[in-house]
Design a protein around this ligand. Structure first.
Ligand code: CUA
Length: 342
């Protein structure tokens, strides 16, 4: 009778504490906004795990604390406790039950992963290049952007590759994260389901500016997406046409900001991963092999097109990604911009 009373009290306390711990964990806002279909099964599984965590925490804590308080030895009790050899039934039970739980969670996890990786054959494809330290998005329509626009409620597959070291594409609101490797293409499938702007971070330590390797992502309606793509195609054509003519420092400055140059080359003389562009034009530059060249148009052009060929003394070789995707006219625009920096 007495035992039954203790059991009932403990059970009730376990239920109450489980609820408190679960809602406490929920209230602490562990997750950012959910913005992709792939996040739904992930959040569902996480929620299930929170419930299990709350329950098992209570199953352990309540009987322990209850026993400490209720079954405390009275001061005048000098007797020994009962002698116990062990309990085979109990040991089998506490081995088999967790085993079953772990197997079930494994099956649920595998099914969950299947949902997250589900392929839509109609998916839009965009190429992503990760580099030290930024992201470049190459659209199949033939233009390059430093911001990623995605249409809502459509699956997009990002074909990702790195031009230098290992990076990792991570958008917390989409929940999924995938490594971006040099010389190997990895796939990232996402179906955004909430309009808004998000940020992709790099989640793999990749050098001194790893923490600043961020990129903007905009999830827009299908109409907005089409308009944006059309605008970009037009813009890319205009740039190509314009740069056939006279190089322009304004376009060069814009490119400096968007193509990733800014991450390593300052325009005010301060030292970066690469030499500053300030006062660079016309200067004598000592190369790693000891030779001295003048930073004229030809030198700058070659340095942007094939960075590995002429490393400046005191700077790491092969640190600069390949910018050969830039059109010649765009490189001339950049050179024109460098000329304006005193
Ligand atoms: Cu790229 Cu960290």
């Amino acid at each position: 009778m007495q035992n039954k009373k203790h059991l009932i009290i403990i059970s009730v306390l376990i239920l109450i504490l489980s609820g408190l711990v679960y809602y406490g964990l929920l209230a602490s806002n562990l997750f950012p906004t959910q913005a992709a279909n792939q996040a739904i099964p992930i959040d569902w599984l996480f929620d299930l795990e929170l419930k299990l965590i709350a329950f098992f925490f209570s199953v352990i804590m309540v009987p322990m604390v209850y026993s400490l308080v209720v079954f405390r030895k009275s001061d005048d009790d000098q007797s020994d406790g009962p002698h116990m050899e062990g309990n085979t039934t109990l040991e089998i039970v506490w081995t088999v039950i967790p085993l079953i739980i772990v197997i079930i969670l494994g099956i649920i996890g595998a099914d969950n992963l299947k949902q997250v990786l589900a392929v839509d054959p109609q998916a839009n494809e965009i190429k992503v290049v990760g580099f030290q330290w930024g992201w470049r998005f190459e659209y199949p329509q033939g233009f390059v952007s430093n911001e990623l626009y995605l249409p809502i409620d459509q699956q997009t597959v990002l074909k990702m590759e790195s031009s230098d070291v290992i990076h990792s594409f991570w958008v917390p609101e989409f929940r999924i994260k995938k490594d971006v490797l040099p010389g190997q293409i990895t796939e990232y499938r996402v179906t955004p389901n909430l309009l808004g702007s998000y940020v992709v971070s790099c989640a793999e330590l990749c050098g001194s500016k790893h923490a600043y390797m961020l990129g903007n992502i905009h999830v827009v309606s299908e109409n907005e997406y089409t308009t944006w793509v059309d605008d970009q195609v037009k813009l890319a054509k205009e740039i190509e046409l314009a740069s056939l003519g006279k190089p322009d420092s304004g376009r060069g400055k814009q490119l400096y900001e968007t193509a990733g140059c800014k991450a390593c080359h300052s325009n005010n003389g301060s030292k970066g991963t690469g030499p500053t562009w300030s006062g660079l034009f016309g200067q004598e530059v000592t190369l790693a092999d000891g030779s001295v060249v003048v930073a004229d148009e030809q030198y700058l052009f070659n340095s942007i097109k094939q960075p590995a060929l002429q490393t400046v003394e005191g700077y790491p070789s092969n640190a600069m990604p390949d910018f050969s995707y830039l059109k010649d006219g765009q490189i001339n625009d950049l050179i024109e911009y460098i000329k304006t920096l005193e």
